[in-house]
Design a protein around this ligand. Structure first.
Ligand code: DPN
Ligand code: CA
Ligand code: ZN
Length: 457
């Protein structure tokens, strides 16, 4: 490892990012997810409803469009996704490819809404937050002790149909814990943690405590959302909610703010469950970060994160050139684990008469560089493997390039009083010669006689 100035700067930057955030003492490795990324998903759900008759109800086009939106993002991030269809709807299941095969920590949210509105708080909020948590997991790619799976359920509003179908078809197998998120951006938000399982409850409570919020155990949603399907199958369940049609008490308003003696979500199951009007960004932010915190606590290893690593490739990987000529190729780098690092490029195994330059010579893993391979007239004919090396702050990687020089053995017959350029090939007494140095030939300067000017090809 060679520490260039760039590498030192990158290292310093990385160390800055690794500092725990104030107030999150226990959450050193869990990400703080920007709520704007979640509200961007909610805006998409609203547009989808607008374009599909005003709702995203199970079995209707607004549901399918919502599912496709999420699936597209997950596929692009490297998830293994599948759609499980059942009578009246479908579920979207996404497995993260990092980590062990089991046991499974599963997180889920119902993606369907009622027909009377776009279903933004119920349950675009849980769906969008889970999507962003899933994308953050993929981007961070931490070392995992558990297999992580996400589920977006259909037909919850018809009676938990999608999640029950999933569980009844073997879905709960190997699932150590199921975490459910149904309505987490209520305008008059409460902070409710499911109390079905003490350990899972504790994971969420720990986060809320770290930000100075005292949650209550969830009562309103007890048995009313998809966690019930898992609980019935004997799976430990946990989850979060900010409240539906129930009323906030005086005591709750005193500790959380908002309006006492008013519903947590006055638009529950109504046409006014819209984006942005029916979204509480502060509550959505806290709940999204709480999901990430719990997931990291339950599934992310306490060991160090995976080493930063990258791969190098070159395209094209081979080229032919006549002596004196040059070729270019693109050297691409890709982060394969951890964070991007600064990589300085160099060439190895370069034969005499060949020069290799990179532009730029130093890249950040993920970027590419143009390599120029230039030959002089004296470059030896033949095929030469050239290794293109990356010297990174934490790993050295290389790609191989195959350079073929020459191949052009014929040419005009040599003649006196002729101007020859370096690289020109002539025939003299039945043999091919390559000009090493520009000159005008004189009688007696036949190629066989002047090795300084001509080389056999
Ligand atoms: N989100 C409600 C529904 O899907 O109709 C159920 C529920 C209410 C869930 C209150 C949690 C809390
Ligand atoms: Ca956040
Ligand atoms: Zn719901």
């Amino acid at each position: 490892m060679k520490l260039t100035m760039g590498a030192v700067a990158t290292l310093a930057l990385a160390l800055t990012f690794l500092q725990p955030q104030a107030g999150h003492a226990a959450a050193e490795t869990a990400p703080d997810i920007p709520v704007a990324a979640v509200t961007a998903h909610l805006a998409q759900f609203q547009q989808i409803a607008n374009a599909n008759g005003g709702n995203r109800a199970s079995g209707r086009p607004g549901f399918t469009a919502s599912l496709n939106y999420i699936r597209g993002k997950l596929d692009a991030a490297g998830y293994t996704t599948r759609v499980q269809s059942f009578s009246g709807g479908s579920n979207l299941i996404a497995d993260w490819r990092g980590g062990p095969a089991g046991p499974v920590i599963m997180l889920g949210a119902h993606l369907d809404g009622v027909t009377s509105g776009p279903g933004i708080n119920d349950n675009g909020s849980g769906s969008g937050a889970l999507l962003e948590v899933a994308l953050t997991l993929a981007a961070r790619n931490p070392a995992l002790t558990k297999h992580v799976r996400f589920g977006w359920w259909g037909a919850e509003e018809q009676g938990l149909i999608g999640s029950r179908y999933y569980v009844q078809n073997g879905g709960a197998q190997g699932v150590e814990a199921y975490l459910n998120f149904d309505m987490i951006s209520s305008t008059n938000a409460g902070y409710f943690v499911y109390d079905d399982d003490a350990t899972l409850r504790q994971a969420f409570t720990e986060y809320f405590t770290s930000i100075g919020v005292q949650p209550d155990p969830d009562r309103e949603g007890d048995g009313r959302s998809d966690h019930a399907s898992f609980k019935n199958a004997g799976v430990r369940v946990g989850g979060l909610a900010t409240g539906a049609g129930a009323y906030k008490t005086q005591a709750q308003a005193a500790k959380w703010g908002g309006t006492a003696n008013a519903p947590f979500d006055r638009c529950y199951h109504s046409a006014c469950d819209t984006y942005p009007a029916n979204v509480n960004t502060a509550a959505l932010d806290r709940n999204t970060d709480a999901i990430a915190y719990a997931l990291w606590k339950l599934a992310v290893g306490s060991e160090n994160p995976p080493a930063d690593d990258y791969a190098i490739s070159v395209s094209p990987a081979s080229a032919s050139v006549e002596p004196g000529g040059s070729v270019t190729a693109t050297v691409s780098t890709r982060v394969t684990s951890g964070q991007a690092q600064s990589v300085t490029l160099s060439a190895g195994g370069v034969p005499a008469g060949v020069g290799v330059t990179f532009s730029p010579q130093t890249v950040t893993a993920g970027q590419s560089s143009t390599v120029t391979i230039a030959t002089t007239a004296g470059a030896a004919a033949g095929t030469h493997p050239i290794s293109l090396n990356g010297d990174g702050a934490s790993a050295d990687r290389s790609a191989s390039f195959s350079l073929t020089v020459g191949g052009d053995t014929g040419g005009d017959a040599w003649a006196a009083w002729t101007a020859y350029a370096a690289g020109d090939v002539v025939t003299y007494q039945g043999a091919g010669y390559r000009c090493l140095q520009a000159h005008t030939s004189l009688p007696g300067w036949e190629p066989a006689n002047v090795p300084a000017l001509w080389a056999r090809v």
